[in-house]
Each structure stands twice: as structure tokens, then as C-alpha cells.
Design a protein around this ligand. Structure first.
Ligand code: ZN
Length: 299
């Protein structure tokens, strides 16, 4: 098991992350920050690797996989406990319309990302880090890589303007030291990352949570997915397990569905509209291309 700073496990990190919002913004949920992902101590998982195609970055299997075989297990990089209705509310409501209890679970998760920002280049000397082989420096470099993997500046989302309002309020509530190191626009970008990449995690006691998973977030969408994942809580940390829905050939791309089963059953026009609205891209998976040809649309 990799050394990690997980949910409920490292109060120092959680407190440091939350401290940047100041005493008036104490976040009631317990949010965690993992220095490393999965069980792989920062290495690639044994059965897959990151690859690129014309469609961009994706997750590919390195050897044949059996149906129902576990492709990988992932531990959340950042997670938070949050009832699902609050998640939806934050991503659809202006901040002044939300109570503190409604907004803080999501804001707390973004705050953990702000904490990661303390390690971006300019704040840490990487050549110095390379000369120090201590576990702390390795963990710090790993966090940098993780941050870089998720963070996409100026990511456009249908809700970008709404997130800017949330970001402004969050930024005003921050400790002055943190305000100087992170711009309000960057906080808005991080909210977009959470909106697009975070997955619902089932937690004990009827609560749901949100988790950002490093390896899982590399898997692209398909309306005829060859893999399926489920999330759960284990030892207080959010985890995801990715399974093969059918046998996979060596080198094949692993695709999951970003949308629920009801959407997958919808006609191609409806499916594409939902995916475009929720995730901001036109789906050109093999099923969408085939069904749109049949419907005599532009593929
Ligand atoms: Zn599709």
C-alpha cells in the first residue's frame, strides 16, 4: 500500500489546506489530499499505461484483459464528503443564494487544490528537489505531477461565468498569504476541473462524496464503453475500481461512459446533446458515428 495522506488520516494537511480560507470559512466536511495515487507508489499501474491517439490522451491496456477482470484500482487524489443534492446545488446556483453548509463541501475540495498550488514551479526549486531524495521531496514532486495532470488553464465550460462568481467569493474569504499565491481565475479553473473530472463516491451513513482519481480521469468516454468503474470508501479514503466489460486486446484503449444508463439508451441526437451540455464536447465514439450515419447526419 502506497504511503498517502488520505481522508481522515492526515489532519495536518487537511488543516493547512482549510486554513487558507481563514477562520470564518471553517469547512465542516473532512477533505483529504493524497500525495500518491492507487497502490502504485507513483508508478504506472501494472496492466495499463497512458497513450495518445488522434483524439488526445487516453488509457490503454498493456496486455490482454479478461471480461470482468480488474484493470486498475485508484485512490482519490482529492476527495470530500458531500450529500449529492449539495453538489448539484453548488454547480447550478450563484454563491449568494447558498448557505455556508451548502457551499462549503465543494469549496473545501477546491481549497485542497489551492493547497497543491503552493507547490507549483516558482514556489519550489525543482533542481534542488532533484538533489534531495527525501520522501517529503518525492511526495512534493509527485503532487506537482498530479496537479499538472488535472489542471487545464482557461478550460471553458458552460458554467464558467457561474464558477467565476464562486471563485471571487472564495478568494475574498482566503487568508492574505494564499490570496497572493493564487488568482481568482485559477480558483475558477479548479472549480471547472472538479465539475468535469470528479466522480461521485459512495460513503458510509447515506452520504455521498466527490473524488478526483488520477488514473480514472485518463479514461475517455464512449457510448459503447468497454470498461465500467465503481467507487467506494475503504479505510476512510475514496477509491475506484475499473473493470473490463468485455475481453480487451493488448494495446486497446479503455473507455468508460461519462453518462448514466438512461442517457446511453437515448437516441444519438439526445445523447450527443446531453454530453455536449455536461462535458463540452461532441461525442464521436464509434457508436455515435455509426448511429449518426444511419440517421443521415454529419458524422
Ligand atoms: Zn458517443
Amino acid at each position: 500500500m502506497a504511503s498517502r495522506l488520505g481522508l481522515f488520516q492526515d489532519l495536518h494537511v487537511a488543516c493547512k489546506a482549510l486554513a487558507c480560507l481563514g477562520a470564518s470559512m471553517a469547512v465542516p466536511c473532512v477533505a483529504g489530499l493524497a500525495a500518491e495515487t492507487g497502490d502504485y507508489s507513483g508508478e504506472n499501474p501494472p496492466l495499463c499505461a497512458v497513450g495518445t491517439s488522434a483524439a488526445g490522451r487516453g488509457l490503454y491496456v498493456k496486455k490482454p484483459i479478461l471480461q470482468r477482470e480488474v484493470i486498475l484500482k485508484d485512490v482519490a487524489v482529492v476527495d470530500s464528503v458531500c450529500p449529492q443534492e449539495r453538489i448539484q446545488k453548488v454547480f447550478s446556483t450563484r454563491p449568494p443564494e447558498l448557505s455556508r453548509a451548502q457551499r462549503e463541501p465543494i469549496w473545501g475540495m477546491v481549497t485542497n487544490f489551492v493547497y497543491l498550488l503552493q507547490d507549483v514551479p516558482g514556489h519550489v526549486n525543482l533542481s534542488e528537489a532533484a538533489n534531495q531524495e527525501g520522501a517529503e521531496m518525492r511526495a512534493r514532486r509527485r503532487r506537482l505531477e498530479l496537479f499538472d495532470a488535472f489542471y487545464r488553464p482557461q478550460l471553458q465550460d458552460a458554467k464558467s461565468n457561474l464558477y467565476k462568481l464562486h471563485a471571487q467569493e472564495m478568494h475574498e474569504a482566503m487568508d492574505p498569504t494564499f490570496q497572493q499565491s493564487v488568482a481568482s481565475d485559477v480558483v475558477a479553473d479548479l472549480l471547472t476541473v472538479v465539475r468535469l473530472d470528479a466522480h461521485i463516491v459512495r460513503k458510509e451513513g447515506g452520504m455521498n462524496g466527490l473524488g478526483l482519481f488520477f488514473w480514472l480521469h485518463l479514461a475517455n468516454h464512449s457510448c459503447c464503453p468497454n470498461a465500467f468503474f465503481h467507487t467506494h470508501t475503504q479505510g476512510g479514503s475514496a477509491q475506484a475500481t475499473l473493470y473490463a466489460l468485455r475481453p480487451l486486446a493488448s494495446g486497446e484503449e479503455v473507455c468508460i461512459s461519462y453518462v448514466d444508463g438512461q442517457t446511453l439508451l437515448s437516441p444519438v441526437q439526445v445523447r450527443r446533446r446531453i454530453i455536449q451540455n455536461q462535458f463540452g464536447f461532441l461525442c464521436v465514439c464509434s457508436r455515435c458515428r455509426e448511429e449518426s450515419r444511419e440517421a443521415n447526419e454529419t458524422p
